[in-house]
Design a protein around this ligand. Structure first.
Ligand code: PLP
Length: 221
């Protein structure tokens, strides 16, 4: 089966990349991005041992998320505040927190449901206009404000690198995200998670410290 082969290859490349830089492969979690596939493929991926799944559109994901409850769902796309009620409590982590109004909406719902929602702050490291996320220099103040909101568990940072032919060109962006995290982490705000790397560039991202790689095409194509 193609999915099984793809998964083995991804596991092998993650392992090689981690070992190359002296990291343990277990530090890297695969978020299987299922936005282009249906329930059956998700179930097949679960059989192979995948436990974490990512979706970027609330509506398109709704059926999968409602039917498959035994896994961790990660919301990785741009999130509108009026969709927050559809995202909580179905998803266990939001990778795309990029503004205070969204944080407040998440907090209100988390409070109403008496739960804590895990979030990552999305950073636009490359500065591309087409990308969501905070400019790196805005992140320190943003974190300070987030820290005051109960109901949000701030787990780390997320970024998307520009799409380029040679993934080596993305290295600087991933490194910058890691250094930003290293500078901002402190007791009580450890920021352990770095969600970075997709099909095109996850090997480089793992070498630069990714703890979550969001992989769609390399698994499901
Ligand atoms: C689609 C998507 C991915 C996965 O992309 P692939 O290139 O198919 O691996 C990762 N992150 C986000 C935010 C996405 O929207």
């Amino acid at each position: 089966m193609i999915l099984a082969e793809n998964y083995r290859k991804v596991l092998r490349l993650i392992k090689e990349a981690a070992l190359k830089v002296g990291r343990s492969p277990e530090e890297v979690k695969i978020i299987a991005v299922t936005k282009t596939v249906g329930l059956q493929e998700v179930r097949a991926a679960i059989k192979l041992g995948l436990t974490d799944f990512g979706e970027n559109r609330v509506q398109e994901a709704a059926e999968k998320v409602a039917n498959i409850r035994e896994v961790n769902w990660h919301f990785i796309g741009h999130l509108q505040s009026n969709k927050v009620k559809d995202v909580l409590p179905a998803y266990s982590m939001i990778h795309s927190l990029d503004r205070l109004s969204l944080a407040e909406a998440l907090q209100r719902y988390a409070e109403r449901l008496a739960l804590e929602i895990k979030v990552l702050v999305q950073v636009n490291v490359s500065g591309e206009e087409s990308k969501f996320g905070l400019a790196p220099e805005k992140v320190p103040d943003f974190l300070t404000r987030l820290h005051q909101l109960e109901g949000l568990k701030i787990c780390g940072l997320m970024t998307m690198a520009p799409f380029v032919q040679d993934p080596e060109e993305t290295r600087g962006y991933f490194r910058d995200l890691r250094l930003l995290r290293d500078n901002l982490a402190k007791p009580g705000l450890e920021l352990p998670e770095l969600s970075m790397g997709m099909t095109n560039d996850y090997v480089v991202a793992v070498e630069e410290g990714a703890t979550m790689v969001r992989i769609g095409s390399a698994l499901f194509n």
